[in-house]
Design a binder for this molecule. Structure first.
Ligand code: 5GP
Ligand code: ZN
Length: 114
């Protein structure tokens, strides 16, 4: 999708600090991190929001979590713990409409989230 920020990052048209890539998944550091590790893990396929997921997207959604596990391990947070969050819609705080799994680690994370 040409006017999508995250599609442009995948294409290399906008620079990003990449931390993981495989056939279907791309991950990079958030530009405005809220934790020492704050990665955004996205499918290479453009999907705007959870509401748009189709049964055939189930595999790639699973792959986002497998990537999260790998990145957490790579960054040394697999033992201490980490949080994954995917916002859907404006009331939940979604600002970029290409689904992304936030991976947060490196500080105490309160619950419930704000
Ligand atoms: P959302 O609020 O949609 O769940 O998360 C969007 C995230 O994308 C935010 O945490 C924001 O800081 C991050 N973000 C927005 N624009 C850019 C960008 O150009 N580069 C990177 N690396 N992150 C971005
Ligand atoms: Zn996109």
């Amino acid at each position: 999708m040409t006017d999508c920020l995250f599609c442009k990052i995948i294409a290399g048209d906008i620079p990003a600090d990449k931390i993981y890539e495989d056939e279907n998944v791309f991950a990079f550091r958030d530009i405005n991190p809220v934790a020492p590790l704050h990665a955004l893990i996205i499918p290479k396929k453009h999907i705007a929001m959870i509401n748009d997921l189709k049964p055939q997207d189930a595999e790639v959604v699973g792959q986002l979590f497998l990537a999260a596990k790998e990145i957490a391990k790579q960054e040394g947070y697999d033992e201490t713990g980490y949080r994954t969050v995917m916002n859907c819609g404006e009331a939940a705080g979604q600002t970029v409409f290409h689904i992304h799994l936030h991976l947060l680690a490196g500080r105490d994370l309160s619950w419930p989230p704000g």
